[in-house]
Design a protein around this ligand. Structure first.
Ligand SMILES: Nc1ncnc2c1ncn2[C@@H]1O[C@H](COP(=O)(O)OP(=O)(O)OP(=O)(O)O)[C@@H](O)[C@H]1O
Ligand SMILES: [Mg+2]
Length: 262
């Protein structure tokens, strides 16, 4: 072996070199509509490290949701590669993808996507039912997450008996219930007023502070300002990828949040 051959990249106490949580290369998605192929995503290459808070911006139709649905394994790409924690998920079948979504990801959508006929508690328990968690543990874990989003006293309410902000908090509790390292949020504040949007952002930012990686699609500069990194899409491509050195704070700490100062 030559002297200049690559030394093992192992640092310190034998820790393996860390991989990005998400690594996509030349990711594409074309929708076939009749005879026409719509190029929704035209070759996106980037990585996202564990602990990042990434906002995805861009005009309507620029491919934001398409991109997020691919990252969230809700859809499969037409081409390119997607490594999730080093694993090539484009090779996996529907059952394996469902398992990854259930165990390793949480989802929050603009319209909450709650079951209207189920209570807040039952909505939060759903991912645990899919994961075959026994009833007692399921009830306990759902209650814990409802408490975490400040809704311990609303567990028996159905979505229609809750405000928009409360419904979104139930959706966040549901996203958290399997303790995933990664949360995808597509316009989570799109249906909420400014004050309620801030409450939801405070909660999401708190989760990111605790180490959860967050990918959030938004139209609004004010909301993207909370993120540590902002991707801008146009015509299915990333046209800007910038770090935000001074993310806006929404937390309850008045030291860091001028908006809650008296
Ligand atoms: N299921 C589909 N079938 C066909 N074309 C689609 C489908 N979903 C999205 N598209 C097209 O792909 C492109 C990207 O759509 P996408 O939903 O990703 O945009 P977006 O950036 O999320 O927009 P918005 O801000 O309005 O939510 C658009 O031109 C859209 O019309
Ligand atoms: Mg969209």
């Amino acid at each position: 072996m030559k002297g200049d051959a690559a030394a093992p990249l192992v640092k310190g106490e034998g820790m393996p070199p860390s991989r990005p949580l998400i690594e996509v290369t030349e990711l594409t998605r074309h929708y076939q509509v009749g005879d026409i192929s719509v190029p929704a995503l035209q070759g996106v290459s980037l990585s996202i490290e564990q602990g990042e808070f990434v906002a995805v911006m861009g005009p309507s139709g620029s491919g934001k949701s398409t991109f997020m649905n691919l990252l969230g394994c809700l859809d499969v790409p037409s081409g390119g590669r997607y490594l999730l924690a080093g694993e090539d998920v484009t090779r996996l079948g529907p059952d394996q993808l469902a398992r990854i979504r259930n165990q390793r990801m949480g989802f929050v959508f603009q319209n909450f996507n709650l079951l209207n006929r189920a209570s807040a508690q039952e909505n939060v328990e759903l991912p645990l039912i899919y994961a075959r968690v026994p009833a007692t543990a399921r009830h306990r874990r759902a209650r814990e997450k409802l408490a975490k989003v400040g809704l311990a006293d609303r567990a028996g309410h159905r979505p229609m008996q809750l405000s928009g902000g409360q419904q979104q908090r139930v959706a966040i509790a549901r996203a958290l219930v399997n303790e995933p390292p990664l949360i995808f949020a597509d316009e989570p504040t799109g249906a909420l007023d400014t004050h309620t949007s801030l409450e939801v952002m405070a909660l999401l930012q708190q989760l990111n502070d605790a180490g959860i990686t967050l990918v959030l699609v938004t139209h609004e500069q004010d909301i993207a300002a909370f993120a540590k990194r902002v991707l801008t899409f146009r015509d299915g491509r990333v046209v800007e990828d910038r770090l935000n050195p001074t993310p806006r704070r929404a937390g309850p700490n008045p030291e860091t949040n001028p908006e809650t100062k008296p």
